[in-house]
Write a protein that binds this ligand. Structure first.
Ligand SMILES: Nc1ncnc2c1ncn2[C@@H]1O[C@H](COP(=O)(O)OP(=O)(O)OP(=O)(O)O)[C@@H](O)[C@H]1O
Length: 247
């Protein structure tokens, strides 16, 4: 049986806005096993980003339990949470969040600068390996402005991998990309998932969710659906079906 990596129980998050309380999450519960590829869907304002921020230890719930690998996040200090964020979780955002005047390789090396156990040689080696995994070795000296959107997102994926995270959290990671590029990125995620990395992926797009194994749907801060996808599509197979690009 696979190991439970995430456990959420009766989780709430409220924001006090003057006299009003916004109940962004209203007591949700689920578990995620190691190796799952989960998409989180729901309309605007349903609580997706709030949930992802809590899962990424960027925010604390108002009440309820959040455990990673059996450890309760609310028992940890700020420093311990920062270590978990840096060593266990890879983050990928819609807007790539790369440093502008810095090469792809140096962007990927960045998370390792905070890891005093890693020497500069090892840092470089690991960054090159991560860049290779996303198929960008021939572009590693380019800065973000010299790369396409899809290539920039690959750099961001490589950066998220360099610390060997146990899970990747992605927030609308294909939101700025055309269909072909989005499918290319999804095929990289599927490949990483095959290698055992747990992926939690927030998206608005139902076709993107078909590439994951399980979909959780939020509405007004509640889970209204949580089910395994009966037919998981292969992103590389779907990519091959798209009309050829014209140049
Ligand atoms: N920092 C905050 N302060 C006050 N209210 C907030 C805050 N963050 C989120 N909210 C509110 O919580 C609710 C859920 O927001 P959230 O950003 O999680 O939704 P979402 O599903 O990610 O939406 P979108 O798809 O538009 O990004 C919304 O009503 C939002 O206005």
């Amino acid at each position: 049986m696979s190991k439970e990596i995430i456990k959420i129980e009766d989780l709430t998050r409220e924001f006090i806005m003057g006299a009003e309380t916004v109940r962004a999450l209203r007591g949700i519960s689920f578990t995620i096993n190691e190796g799952e590829f989960v998409t989180i869907m729901g309309s605007s304002g349903s609580g997706k980003s709030t949930l992802l921020n809590i899962l990424g230890c960027l925010d604390q719930p108002t009440s309820g339990i959040y455990e990673i690998d059996g450890v309760k996040m609310k028992d940890l200090s700020k420093n311990q949470l920062a270590t978990i964020r840096n060593e266990k979780i890879g983050f990928i955002f819609q807007s790539y969040n790369l440093l502008a005047r810095t090469s792809a390789l140096e962007n990927v090396e960045l998370p390792l600068f905070y890891n005093s156990k890693v020497s500069s040689e090892e840092r470089r080696e690991r960054a090159i390996k991560a860049i290779e995994m996303v198929g960008l070795k021939d572009r590693m000296d380019h800065t973000p402005s010299q790369l396409s959107g899809g290539q920039q997102q690959r750099v961001a994926i490589a950066r998220s991998l360099v610390n060997n995270p146990v899970m990747i959290l992605a927030d609308e990671a294909t939101g700025n990309l055309d269909t072909r590029t989005a499918y290319e990125i999804m095929s990289i995620f599927q490949e990483l998932n095959k290698q055992g990395i747990t992926i939690i992926f927030v998206t608005h797009e139902p076709d993107i969710a078909t590439f994951s194994n399980r979909t959780i749907v939020l509405k007004d801060g509640n889970i209204i659906q949580d089910k395994l996808n009966q037919k998981v599509q292969s992103a590389s197979a779907e990519l091959a079906k798209l009309p050829k690009e014209e140049h």
